[in-house]
Write a protein of this length. Structure first.
Length: 574
């Protein structure tokens, strides 16, 4: 992470000290030899010297509403958290640059009184300043030469920082260390569009054709990740996953589709913290795994998550405050309205398909376009895009400005439409996730057959009838009978069926009436015993279910089907 005090800043701060004798906290013996610091001189360091060079305490409330002090360095509306060691380093650097190189000698026996963590609590507070945040209908991006405001129908040019409100604060990590100069209209039509082309390639079908709906989905999600505002009821983790196919089943992809490259490119416009997705699992629980997350981070990326990724562990971070534990420090939290968003890159469907999982995810399936190029003839993304790494050092100013312009388009699209309501995963994604739960594709297909039969007939099924049917076909399955019912419900939800609509999805308990008793025996269930070991009798209570098709759900169809596209468009409009 770069520091805010570059050489130009140090020169400016040094001039402030030279021209303001009120900040001269030291005394000499008349021959240029600095004298030991007295208590009142140390007080002057905190009262006058530190504020002039931009060192303050920032008072903010954590997620529990408890005020906390953070030493920060402020320069022209930009602010950066600093440690006690950095406070001392900055102080010595400025004094040396101002021509007072011997003054730091006076710190030798007073370091703990000036630069210790406990002493820095006495820093003056940064008064009446608030972090500049995105709003529901607008977003800001900060560049070296100013800031840009983005709304659904307009993008400004870079505005000077002195036009910001006097009390506006910007985290230094959020400022992009480049200038933004959008090209003139006649020039913009002829510039290279490397990143735009890259995102389009992530949206191609297996045949190589551009899927406009997949492109719209990826662009909307890019806009969502880049919009630093939380709609409390619509917070989700973005799941970037390789698209599954007959050639690439059950999460067996070797990667190379461009998921991680997409996040690397977004790092040029977002402050992103990386966490190894492979290590984030229940078997290797690390309570300090999130220790590196800071409030200035806008996105936390769990990269290359394995099939044992512990998604439930980040439930509270997706929808609430971002709780953090650090070694030898008190736990802390980033309040929900300032918490970073979350993205997971993986080759494996995230385990769990219940409502708690589904409502916290927006799944984006990435085309195998780049993986196929690499496998067929060794072509890399750099080869395809001008012989340069995307968002790399070789990019020209026009490449960068086109990149920013495309990202701004994505933000505008998200501001206009928001995230689609449905999950709209492809059939292959849903199958792969369920196969991982079932342990067998044949068992999944049998349950799908049962769902279709039950929906077509509209008849009531005994739960024991379901268990017997599966046991007869898969006698060696390790699943318990009750697990079959749970899997049936998950599969129904994923493939457009409704389980017990009349009971709002709950199990139905009924008595074995004369008609049911006849069906029970006709189905060969008379030999089944209760848990207590006795056989069932007429008028005993049993569990039953009915299956219907959802009138509004089209998730049985693959994503290229026009019905699903119409449903996707409808979800955006709603």
């Amino acid at each position: 992470m770069s520091t805010l005090w570059n050489s130009e800043v140090i020169v400016c701060l040094a001039e402030r000290i030279r021209s303001n004798k009120k900040t001269w906290f030291w005394e000499d013996d008349g021959q240029g030899n600095p004298q030991p610091l007295a208590k009142d001189q140390i007080l002057n360091i905190f009262k006058d010297f530190f504020p002039v060079i931009g060192i303050y305490n920032l008072l903010e409330s954590n997620s529990r509403g408890v005020p906390e002090l953070q030493p920060v360095f402020l320069y022209e509306h930009r602010v950066q958290q600093i440690s006690p060691t950095q406070v001392e380093t900055l102080t010595r650097t400025v004094l040396n640059a101002a021509g007072f190189s011997r003054i730091p000698e006076t710190f030798h026996f007073k370091r703990s009184a000036i630069f210790s963590k406990n002493s820095l609590i006495s820093l003056p507070l940064l008064p009446d300043m608030e972090h500049m945040r995105d709003e529901k209908d607008s977003s800001y991006r900060f560049f070296r030469n100013g800031y840009v405001k983005i709304t659904s129908d307009h993008v400004t040019e870079a505005q000077p920082y002195n036009t910001l409100p006097y009390n506006a604060l910007i985290w230094h990590d959020q400022a992009i260390p480049r200038d933004y100069h959008p090209p003139a209209a006649e020039i913009s039509e002829n510039v290279d569009t490397h990143f735009r082309d890259f995102v389009e390639n992530l949206s191609r079908t297996d045949d190589g054709d551009l899927d406009p709906y997949a492109l719209e989905r990826i662009k909307t999600v890019i806009g969502y990740m880049c919009h630093r505002f939380h709609n409390d009821s619509k917070r989700k983790a973005v799941i970037l996953i390789d698209r599954q196919s007959d050639d690439n089943p059950m999460g067996k992809s070797n990667g190379g589709t461009g998921k991680s490259l997409l996040i690397r490119c977004l790092r040029s416009i977002l402050s992103i913290h990386d966490i190894s997705g492979k290590e984030f699992k229940k078997a290797s629980y690390d309570k300090f795994a999130l220790a590196g997350v800071q409030e200035s981070h806008e996105l936390v990326c769990f990269d290359d998550a394995s099939d044992s990724f512990d998604f439930e562990r980040i439930f509270p971070h997706i929808t609430g405050a971002f709780h953090i534990r650090r070694a030898r420090m008190d736990p802390t939290s980033i309040p929900a309205d300032r918490a970073p968003k979350i993205v997971v890159t993986t080759n494996h469907p995230i385990k769990g398909s219940d409502t708690s999982h589904r409502r916290r995810q927006i799944v984006v399936e990435i085309s195998p376009f780049y993986r196929k190029l690499l496998e067929n003839d060794g072509t890399t993304p750099a080869d395809l895009h001008g012989g340069m790494e995307l968002c790399g050092d070789d990019w020209s100013d026009s490449d960068w400005c086109e990149f920013y312009r495309f990202v701004f388009e994505c933000i505008q699209q998200y501001l206009r439409k928001g995230l689609p309501r449905g999950s709209f995963e492809s059939q292959w994604y849903r199958r792969t996730r369920l196969i991982n739960q079932y342990g067998s594709s044949q068992l999944l297909d049998e349950v799908l057959n049962i769902l279709e039969e039950a929906a077509d007939s509209g008849e009531e099924w005994f739960c024991e009838q379901l268990y017997q049917r599966i046991r007869q076909s898969f006698p060696s399955s390790p699943q318990q009978d009750t697990n079959f019912l749970s899997l049936l419900k998950d599969t129904a939800a994923d493939f457009g069926y409704v389980f017990n609509a009349h009971k709002n999805g709950d199990i139905d308990k009924v008595r074995l009436s004369e008609d049911r008793w006849s069906r029970w025996n006709a189905l060969g269930l008379s030999s089944i015993s209760k848990k207590i070991g006795t056989p069932y009798e007429k008028d005993d209570r049993v569990s039953v279910f009915q299956i219907t098709r959802s009138a509004s759900d089209s998730t049985q169809l693959p994503p290229s089907d026009s019905a699903l596209h119409e449903s996707l468009e409808r979800s955006y409009r709603e």
